[in-house]
Design a protein around this ligand. Sequence first.
Ligand SMILES: CC(=O)SCCNC(=O)CCNC(=O)[C@H](O)C(C)(C)COP(=O)(O)OP(=O)(O)OC[C@H]1O[C@@H](n2cnc3c(N)ncnc32)[C@H](O)[C@@H]1OP(=O)(O)O
Ligand SMILES: CC(=O)C(=O)O
Length: 524
Amino acid sequence: MSDGFHVYDTTLRDGSQQEGLNLSVQDKLVIARHLDSLGVGFIEGGWPGANPKDTEFFRLARTELDLKHAQLAAFGATRRAGLKAADDPQVAALRDSRAPVVTLVAKSHDRHVELALRTTLEENLAMIRDTVSHLRAEGQRVFVDAEHFFDGFKANRAYALEVVRTAAEAGADVVALCDTNGGMLPDELADVVHEVVGAGARVGIHCHDDSGCAVANSLAAVRAGATHVQGCANGYGERSGNANLFTVIGNLQLKRGMNIVGDAQLAEMTRIAHAVSEATNVTLSSQAPYVGHSAFAHKAGLHASAVKVDPNLYQHIDPLVVGNDMRMLVSSMSGRASVELKGKELGYDVSGQKAAEVVSRVKDLESKGYTFEAADASFELLLREELAGARTSYFTVESWRVIAEQRPDGVQISEATVKVHAKGERIIATGEGNGPVNALDTALRFALERLYPELANLELVDFKVRILEGSHGTDAITRVLIDSSDGKAEWGTVGVGENVIAASWQALEEAVTYSLLRAGYDPS
Ligand SMILES: CC(=O)SCCNC(=O)CCNC(=O)[C@H](O)C(C)(C)COP(=O)(O)OP(=O)(O)OC[C@H]1O[C@@H](n2cnc3c(N)ncnc32)[C@H](O)[C@@H]1OP(=O)(O)O
Ligand SMILES: CC(=O)C(=O)O
């Protein structure tokens, strides 16, 4: 990280104020390690003393977190009105955390001092002064988060600036100006930051995303002179979240030319964003800038035809720089170039008239309810059929049948029979399952596993059903998407039919066919 500029992560404190996000101490340790490996300068670990988990995190961090880049910061409030900082138990918890940095939240809006703290403006300044100097004297580095700073500045400019001066004079290294309610817009916010820079301490910025401007506001603040930027992984945080730190880092490094993290660390950013999302158990938006699964996915035919000439015609950066990948999506919006590029991605040479035929087939099938964006394996099987003039096939299906039963004891069980032909044999197999699709899957595997032992590695990992509305007087139809894995890769297949079992069978048959193709068996 460049000297003189701080990247401060508050995922483990402000990020965990997000509705539905609950981190264990172990989750926090895992996330801290990921953020450290990205090269952030500070990791705010939580509020020691506010709850046992955060206190425990700081205790364990001393022995279990071997941070290579970041310093740990403990978050807490200034002392209570009327108490000495040294006697305030919450301040003691910050001291006892033994974190090298303490970040104190301080009121900087006069109305909040009077209504929320129920004290005088002078006492609030004394609370800031005493707490900062006490912790400094105890050997900790102190940052101050000036809460509601921008709203406070509008209401009482002199008082908001006095808060910054008081914190700086007492020894705070950073005063982070907080857009706590997240309602600021970049131009207005930048003007305020500009006025504060030079008041003594290093000026930082902490933005919430209630107006959808948290990242833009953070960048505007940096341009106006802030040299400390706070944010959260994947934009987590209370209400609409905080500035997405990954977007901020990408923009500062790649658009503003700042040396925020190393190139090798930036190339890990996509992996880290997804690993943090695994730890928080909050699905990462596929549209997340830089790191989302769709951030460099091209669906429109016109885009693909230009990307074929030069990917940068429809991409703002090279995805590899942030560890992401360009992907081509095939759908009813595709043209020949989309199919050509997707074919190349899958290892097939398809162009000209053949590409046009594939496009036309995809469009026709999508008009009937199929979708190939999420069913890459079904698309590959279709492509192979167009190129070879015949389906890739390892078995032919004579018939299948399934019975769903509810027994007198309430247990529901399904039983399926499949009749298939493979390698010159006619095979009849029966399977049971907790539902009809599970029973069909079991029966099909029983039928084929002896001839194709690699099938034992196939696992169905997801199953999605969608009822598509009928049009032009037709009945509604069912689309089934199955995600499968062989432990090395995942792939999707699609089936469409008038009933859910027929659609599922089709997606299942393609999942099995594709797994045999991947396993290297020769098609019949
Ligand atoms: C803008 C932000 O996001 S700041 C971070 C906010 N995060 C959290 O609140 C999560 C952790 N919080 C907690 O666990 C609890 O609220 C605690 C442990 C901190 C306090 O709990 P309690 O003692 O029960 O108080 P409660 O939550 O009801 O109220 C907060 C108190 O802190 C006071 N306070 C608020 N801000 C400050 C401040 N900057 N400096 C000193 N005191 C403050 C309030 O006036 C209130 O005082 P009161 O007890 O005299 O009414
Ligand atoms: C401190 C903080 O999280 C805020 O003001 O938003």
